[in-house]
Design a protein around this ligand. Structure first.
Ligand code: AMP
Ligand code: GLY
Length: 424
């Protein structure tokens, strides 16, 4: 098969790497891709949002399948467009992708179908939202932009003035454009956070191994929220009992709710869960693989990835058995100094020779470019150093040992990825 992957980050590199393991994937393309991906697939410089350009590319390369990985093209209807042009896609259509692209839609869906989530109210007026927060007088108050906001649409306001500032930024200044036309104000939940990615074709849901992201920029969960500074899989908090409860109360009901709404979801559904004292609750849905969760989940997949993708696309997932390794996996993000604020690009990266790395280590590129035989930084999150091991401790040791060999000016990483999972 000839497969085109849409996207340009670490998630897409991890997807391309996994596809390469399949004997069924003869030729891989990625648009637009990045420096690291260009070593594993033919990268073509078409923007992930350019629907006409993507269709032309799919035609030119005569691909058999398109894997739409990022949230923005999914939310904008890339799958609908390419399928109308005759190309089967892995990923939800626009209506189904609204489970991520509209928090108001997803919260109302959960309420309507009794899926456990934080209690909430929706507002289209900042004064009314602030009045409500004042009347509740419970902090932190959780304020979420309705639409996509590059992962930065959530504020945990510690007091009234922080709530006011957040509402002003979203609804008056419109820092995320129309995404802030409506906001969700919801109850603050506590407990370990777990991500469960699941394959679904609208008939069956097949959860993958669980994982845990580390969203804050600095050690001890301090500093600003980022796209994710590291991940581990599986999460030790996600026991068999909890998995069973999630299947019954969250995963299957979500799939059925989407079917009942005429929005059959086909692709990877991301469940962001909080394991609260009252049981697991949904914090958010995403309509796609997580980044950097994918970097630790896919290496543990033992079944042929192309077989699964095809089963999802053809709605035959129920027929397929999916096997997972019992190993653990860890990913340490190396980021540019200043990230998630402003940072410099174009720094030469040294120490990338994978032959010098231990067995089980994979270097995933998130923001790099390849020029004159060298890699340079090209984004905030630059690399994801990923390692598998028999235990989480071993995986982490290997990943950190590999990360130490790699350098670029201003490079930083968190030194405590996985420590909470290890109970430290
Ligand atoms: P999101 O951008 O939706 O992934 O949210 C960012 C982070 O905010 C989540 O990973 C949680 O840690 C936190 N968060 C979101 N909603 C809640 C909530 N209702 N209670 C507590 N924390 C939350
Ligand atoms: N790692 C969080 C996300 O992909 O949204």
């Amino acid at each position: 098969m000839k497969i085109l992957v849409i996207g340009s980050g670490g998630r897409e590199h991890a997807i391309v790497r996994k596809l390469r393991e399949s004997p069924r994937a003869d030729q891989l393309f990625c648009a637009p891709g990045n420096g690291g991906i260009s070593q594993d697939a033919e990268c073509v410089n078409v923007s992930a949002m350019d629907q006409a350009g993507m269709l032309a590319l799919a035609r030119e390369k005569a691909v058999d399948l398109v894997f739409v990985a990022p949230d923005d093209p999914l939310g904008a209807g890339m799958v609908d467009y390419l399928e109308a042009g005759g190309f089967p896609c892995f990923g939800p259509n626009k209506l189904a992708a609204e489970i991520e692209s509209s928090k108001v839609f997803s919260k109302n869906l959960m309420k309507k179908y009794g899926i456990p989530t934080a209690a909430y109210e929706v507002f289209d007026d900042s004064a009314a939202a602030l009045d409500y927060i004042r009347s509740q007088n419970k902090y932190p108050a959780v304020i979420k932009a309705d639409g996509l906001a590059v992962g930065k649409g959530v504020t945990l306001a510690q007091n009234e003035s922080e709530a006011e500032a957040a509402l002003h930024a979203l609804m008056e200044e419109k820092i995320f454009g129309d995404s802030g036309s409506q906001v969700v104000v919801e109850e603050f939940l506590t407990g370990p956070e777990v991500t469960v990615l699941a394959f679904t074709d609208g008939h069956a849901v097949r959860p993958m191994v669980s994982s845990m992201d580390h969203k804050r920029a600095h050690d001890g969960d301090q500093g600003p929220n980022t796209g994710g500074m590291g991940t581990i899989a599986p999460s030790p908090f996600y026991t068999k009992e909890i998995a069973k409860e999630c299947m019954e109360k969250i995963f299957l009901p979500t799939m059925e709710a989407m079917n009942a709404e005429g929005r059959r979801f086909k692709g990877c559904l991301y469940f962001g869960l909080m394991l609260t004292p009252d049981g697991p609750k949904v914090i958010e849905y995403n309509s796609r693989f997580g980044d950097p969760e994918t970097q630790v989940v896919l290496p543990l997949l033992e079944t042929d990835f192309v077989d699964i993708i095809e089963a999802v696309v053809n709605e035959r997932l129920s027929d397929l058995e999916i096997r997972w390794s019992s190993d653990a996996c860890a990913c340490i993000i190396l980021a540019s100094g200043g990230y998630p604020g402003s940072y410099e690009k174009g720094k030469e990266i040294s120490g990338l020779d994978e032959n010098g790395q231990a067995e089980g280590v994979t270097i995933i590129h998130a923001g790099t470019k390849w020029e004159n035989g060298k890699f340079y930084t090209a984004g905030g999150r630059v690399l994801g150093i990923t390692a598998k091991g028999g235990t989480l401790e071993k995986a982490l040791q290997k990943a950190y040992a590999a990360a130490e060999k790699i350098h670029f000016e201003g490079c930083f990483c968190r030194s405590d990825i996985g420590t909470r999972a290890l109970g430290r």
